[in-house]
Design a protein around this ligand. Structure first.
Ligand code: HEC
Length: 316
């Protein structure tokens, strides 16, 4: 038998081409797998820019995603205010290592202009997009992200404020409550998405800042988790007014009613509620479905804080 001394160039070229084709096919395979899970649907940002969900927003990125609708008076304002707090806590990471996306489930109403005004109300910083698009595309996204059953514009009471935190590059995803304590959320996001192992001491410190709430009783805990995203006590106005001295400034019965059903007082055209609303007209204080005992604990806590017992639960 006669063996050829060397591979003819044509064969080498052919082998090369086959190898390249195989590699290409493999990369397409990966691409379609991820893109299948996360469809590459077009969405429009609050600035009117069209982006592709997979290619532009997700591919290789660490992201925090939630579903919202701007006309929601129930939980969404608290959710967005908390995320804004998380964004401040994560500081420079947002827009660099981590991207925030809030996608509307009410695309007919939530135009880019409406979304832009909403983002401005909450003092949203860079690196956080508010997105609208075609209803079918958004429904598909919701399903693929596992955020579908959680939101229903027609039934606000069924709205579960959930937050999907994920890293497309590593394939790690986790579902969180969007109304958790913002410090705890920020720590979770930091640890989960960008790691904090380089400086474990820092990680411990940031975790411990999330912990002291326990020592503040029910009122302090409630205030931290449900109010501090919008209010401080003695730290100045935020999205809502500074609540320092509010227990002395207002009639006790009025205060309790307002905390429990601010929407109702406004609907009744209560003069104080109307004046407050005119002054803080950007965001309306949400009805947080608090029980009587919760309201008592909060009033007690606010009174205690006003009487000069400062503590870390004052809010940031
Ligand atoms: C999403 C933001 C937001 C959250 C969360 C929120 N508030 Fe408010 N709050 C406001 C705004 C805005 C106002 C001003 C009135 C208005 O526009 O509805 C207000 C007004 C108030 C007032 C009236 C202040 C005054 O001067 O009379 C009280 C009291 C109050 N909030 C207590 C609370 C408590 C207690 C919680 C937590 C259980 C809470 N708020 C949660 C936004 C918020």
């Amino acid at each position: 038998m006669h063996q050829p001394r060397r591979t003819p160039p044509a064969i080498a070229l052919l082998l090369g081409a086959v190898l390249a084709a195989l590699l290409f096919a493999a990369s397409i395979e990966r691409r379609t797998e991820a893109a299948d899970r996360f469809p590459n649907v077009p969405l429009i940002t609050q600035d009117g820019r069209t982006v592709r969900f997979y290619d532009d927003l997700l591919k290789g990125k660490a992201v925090v995603i939630n579903m919202i609708y701007t006309s929601c008076k129930d939980r969404c304002p608290l959710e967005t205010a908390k995320l804004a707090q998380v964004q401040r806590l994560l500081a420079d990471h947002v827009g660099k290592d981590i991207f925030f996306y809030s996608i509307t489930i009410d695309p007919e109403f939530d135009s880019p202009e409406v979304l832009r005004a909403y983002a401005e109300k909450f003092h949203v910083g860079p690196g956080w997009l508010f997105l609208t698009g075609q209803r079918d595309d958004i429904t598909l996204l919701q399903k693929r992200l596992g955020l579908y059953s959680m939101t229903d514009a027609a039934n606000p009471d069924g709205h579960q404020p959930s937050l999907m935190i994920g890293n497309e590059g590593t394939g790690a995803w986790m579902l969180n409550s969007a109304v958790d304590n913002p410090r705890f959320l920020a720590t979770t996001i930091r640890n989960f998405l960008i790691g904090w192992t380089r400086d474990p001491a820092d990680g411990r410190r940031s975790y411990s800042t999330a912990a002291p709430i326990a020592g503040f009783g029910a009122g302090g805990y409630l205030f931290q988790s449900k109010c501090a995203a919008c209010h401080t006590i003695g730290g100045g106005d935020r999205i809502g007014p500074d609540l320092s001295g509010v227990t002395e400034r207002r009639d006790g019965r009025w205060l309790r009613r307002f905390i429990q059903r601010p929407d109702q007082l406004l609907a009744e055209r209560d003069p104080i509620a109307m004046a407050l609303h005119a002054q803080y007209n950007q965001v309306q204080m949400p009805n947080l479905r608090l029980g009587d005992a919760d309201v008592e604990a909060l009033v007690e806590y606010m009174t205690r804080q006003a009487n000069g017992k400062p503590g870390p639960a004052r809010g940031r």
